[in-house]
Design a protein around this ligand. Structure first.
Ligand code: SAH
Length: 214
């Protein structure tokens, strides 16, 4: 499958939609303008790739809506070479957006099928994560901690303590919190013990699941 000028044109339209919805970070918009989202989706949905919508990617999961990806990425306020932990690799689209911002990315996925597929696919597009991990995001990834940013791309019924613990001082955790719908929540680590919490709009995510043995 190819990335054609018509796809580039559709991406530019998508970027305009995201700007109209309030996304301002030029680097985030440039990443979305660059990454061929249609290649991350099942071929039957290709015509929808540049609509601002979430879509199925198999294993009952979805590729996040572009607005959601942009909103979460903007909240991370990434600097080049920042070390990021992503929970919920899924299709790898959000991973690619993070990598396009010149960051160092660790990403965890609990669905074996998706993990294997994305591990093969991402490098083919030239997006190389520092490490893709098969496992449970609730425990984070201690080996590479602390992180400048942690992003959870599934709806979390609670905020896992290990994720807060694995943030650098000044680091940011972006996590959608809630059961049926989620409030986008940002935690900024102020000191060893203190976290500033900010709440944003409501979003709808697939669940952040606990049992890896499913
Ligand atoms: N960032 C992805 C979004 C995928 S949807 C994308 O843009 O495509 C959320 C993902 O979180 C799913 O792939 C799901 O399997 C994964 N997930 C859910 N619970 C998890 C857990 N406990 N640990 C790691 N990944 C989890």
């Amino acid at each position: 499958m190819k990335d054609l000028p018509k796809h580039k044109g559709l991406r530019n339209q998508l970027v305009q939609v995201l700007k109209n919805k309030g996304i301002k970070d030029e680097k985030v918009l440039a990443a979305i303008a660059k990454i061929p989202r249609h290649l991350f989706m099942d071929s039957s949905f290709i015509d929808f790739a540049y609509k601002d919508k979430a879509f199925p990617i198999g294993a009952e999961q979805t590729i996040s809506q572009p607005y959601t990806v942009a909103f979460q990425t903007e909240l991370l306020q990434l600097k080049p070479k920042a070390k990021i932990l992503e929970i919920g690799t899924g299709s790898g689209y959000q991973t690619a957006v993070l990598l396009a911002l010149d960051t160092i990315v660790y990403s965890i996925e609990r669905q074996k099928e998706l993990f294997e597929k994305t591990k093969k696919f991402l490098p083919k597009l030239g997006y190389v994560a520092k490490k893709l991990i098969f496992g449970d995001g609730y425990v984070g990834f201690k080996d590479a901690a602390p992180y400048d940013g942690i992003i959870v791309t599934a709806g979390a019924p609670l905020v896992p303590k290990p994720l807060l613990a694995q943030l650098k001082i000044g680091g940011r955790l972006v996590i959608p919190v809630g059961e049926k719908e989620q409030v986008m929540t940002l935690f900024i680590r102020k000191s060893q013990r203190e976290f500033e919490k900010q709440e944003f709009d409501k979003f709808a995510f697939v669940p952040f699941l606990k049992d890896v043995s499913k």
